[in-house]
Design a protein around this ligand. Structure first.
Ligand code: SF4
Length: 282
């Protein structure tokens, strides 16, 4: 298995069988499929099935799923089906993934949250998956770095949960393949975020912002300015950072001040901790 922090190896980490040619196919690298409750955002508390895909060019300092960053050739998917957990080769068609989703349900069909990693690295897989999910809703969790990919999938998504990623909380990105469209500079990030916000404005969508403890409230102001400008009716969920990788949790005063900054812009803001973590669910 490739080391998650081996950046040079990451340039060659996506096997030919999966990407980049697979960006335009119905195949994506599945990391895990499991049933749980939604722990964040607008649908917090809803029993869902989570489909986590490998592959993320970003490096958020509080990332709690670094094993999702790379797509190693020998990667496998963990399928937590109701009749037992098993593994399968990670490279899966949308059809296989839809079957795995059904096998993880404990009863009636559930909403399917596709998360990562960064699911927008595999847009055609998402489009194909939606056509195979029957009456299940398809929710997308994305970092909001790839507006062109979002434009391709937004019409098949019943809900989009868009992270507002502060550039100061990210290390240098590691492209999954050359020219994978990942923004690098603050200007490129702003353009990408504005594009994504415009696409989800007035849809069933929300924005999420992780507030970490070692920041000043005004550090987050430019993100709220962008939401106010591009998607003023989009609900914004503030998530106090969980202490991961040395990232400190925020004080109540900091979260309060950040929430007030959003309210000053007439944004609909809610403070919600990661409920699945509180419950110690996956
Ligand atoms: S976008 Fe998600 S998976 Fe990628 S580094 Fe950030 S938190 Fe981790």
């Amino acid at each position: 298995m490739l080391c998650c922090f081996d950046r040079q190896a990451a340039q060659h980490a996506v096997p030919k069988a999966i990407a980049p040619s697979r960006m335009t196919s119905h195949i994506a690298p599945v990391m895990e499929v499991f049933a749980s409750i939604q722990g964040e955002g607008a649908y917090v508390g809803e029993p869902q099935v989570f489909l986590r895909l490998y592959g993320c060019p970003l490096r958020c300092r509080w990332c709690d799923t670094p094993k999702s960053w790379l797509v190693a050739p020998e990667a496998t998917a963990r399928i937590d089906a109701k009749d037992g957990t098993r593994r399968a080769p990670a490279g899966a068609s949308a059809f296989e993934a839809a079957i795995w989703v059904a096998q993880c349900e404990r009863g009636a069909p559930r909403t399917v949250s596709v998360t990562g990693g960064e699911p927008l690295m595999w847009p055609d897989f998402l489009v194909a998956l939606k056509s195979l999910l029957g009456r299940r809703r398809l929710h997308l969790e994305t970092a909001g770095a790839h507006p062109q990919a979002l434009a391709r999938v937004v019409d098949v998504c019943d809900h989009v949960s868009l992270d507002l990623k502060p550039d100061f909380d990210m290390e240098e990105p590691v492209p999954l393949w050359p020219n994978d469209g990942t923004p690098r500079t603050r200007e490129e990030w702003s353009a990408a975020r504005r594009g994504c916000l415009a696409l989800v404005a007035d849809r069933d969508a929300c924005a999420k912002l992780v507030v970490a403890g070692d920041r000043a409230p005004e550090d987050y102001a430019y993100l709220f300015d962008e939401v106010e400008h591009c998607a003023p009716r989009l609900p914004v969920y503030l998530t106090p950072a969980s202490p991961v990788g040395g990232t400190p949790a925020p004080t109540r005063a900091l979260v309060d001040e950040v929430a007030e900054m959003a309210r000053d812009r007439d944004l609909l803001v809610r403070v919600v901790p990661q409920v699945h973590r509180l419950m110690r669910w996956p």
